[in-house]
Design a protein around this ligand. Structure first.
Ligand SMILES: [Zn+2]
Length: 337
């Protein structure tokens, strides 16, 4: 009967994934729309502020800018809450499907996966709503201003990695003040906002560290496709598996039997893409280039990518990761911005 139990578990698991994908798309679309309206209103008030400044009403300009920033931040909080509550509800549904399937098929692994969906969904939703609320308070005070959109060079770099699976128009980069978020010096990502904390990520600057933006953009991809539950999982990774939270940290996942990128922890996933970006190679004819994301230009025909880490060839794993990343469908309207 073991085969039957395994077959039921596989079907239930696949069914839960389909339910997850459909509901996530709906929540994604709605949350993105709210966030975009916020960005639009913020931009409108800042435009009014520029206009007031030209007309020599400097005081009005500062007030208008503040109003725009607060409105933008408030819409960001609402959009996040819609997505967080929505994705937690989805995690409850898929978690229940897996738990029920795990009991029916006496499959302990599926049962635990269901429990994990539910717990990380809850932790992630609470964490992101709280942090977005902090962001709004910081904008009111104001010790924080809304982030900027990606520069054309940053967009080009990320487009090579994600193609259309990541909504670049939704991303905001905060390279100014981050208030409370500066308790530690490490860049971090909150939903679609990347806090650089002074890190220079300019792809055109030889002194820049664009791989930092690449790493953080993986967390945005996780947020866009998996909802806030990724935060619960990332916090779990950082607390229980700190060795995965560094360059090559994904080797810990491989040693633990998690052999595919999709099975890696959330930090390991981000470090893996960063590492492929940094040392991956591309061979075109007799010329081989390395680093700067050239691996992602591989086309399987004239341009062949390779990824060697600590003298071990992980090209197959890297190719598998690229396919897994790019095949996710992006339901956000902001991708057209
Ligand atoms: Zn990270």
């Amino acid at each position: 009967m073991k085969w039957l139990s395994r077959a039921i578990a596989a079907i239930v698991d696949a069914f839960a994934d389909v339910v997850d994908a459909i509901l996530t798309a709906v929540v994604e679309f709605a949350s993105d729309l709210i966030e975009m309206i916020g960005h639009g209103l913020g931009a409108f008030f800042r435009w009014l502020a520029d206009y007031a400044e030209e007309g020599d009403h400097g005081n009005n300009a500062a007030a208008l800018r503040w109003i725009g920033n607060v409105i933008e931040s408030a819409f960001g909080l609402v959009a996040t809450a819609v997505k967080a509550v929505g994705s937690f509800a989805i995690d409850l549904i898929t978690g229940a499907i897996r738990i029920a399937g795990g009991i029916l098929s006496l499959n302990g692994k599926l049962f635990l996966e269901g429990l994990d969906d539910t717990v990380s969904g809850f932790v992630g939703a609470v964490a992101i709503i709280f942090l977005k609320f902090v962001e709004l308070l910081q904008t009111i005070v104001p010790v924080e201003q809304p982030g900027r959109p990606l520069t054309p060079a940053e967009r080009d770099m990320l487009r090579r990695i994600y193609r259309h699976s990541l909504s670049l128009g939704a991303i905001r980069v905060n390279d100014r003040t981050s208030g409370f978020f500066s308790v530690n010096p490490w860049p971090f990502t909150l939903g679609n906002t990347i806090f650089l904390k002074g890190e220079n990520v300019d792809p055109a600057d030889p002194a820049g560290n664009p791989f930092v933006l690449v790493h953080e953009s993986v967390h945005v991809w996780q947020y866009q496709h998996e909802g806030s539950s990724y935060i619960g999982r990332a916090l779990g990774n950082a607390a229980f598996e700190p060795a995965t939270n560094t360059n090559g940290g994904w080797l810990v996942d491989i040693a633990a039997g998690r052999l595919r990128w999709t099975d890696f922890g959330k930090e390991a996933q981000a470090w893996f893409v960063e590492d492929v970006f940094t040392v991956g190679q591309l061979t075109s004819g007799s010329a081989t280039a390395s680093g700067h994301g050239v691996f992602f230009d591989a086309d399987g025909a004239g341009n062949i990518g390779s990824f060697v880490w600590s003298s071990v060839d992980h090209t197959a794993l890297a190719n598998d990761a690229v396919v897994a990343i790019r095949r996710r469908v992006n339901f956000r309207l902001s991708q057209f911005l």
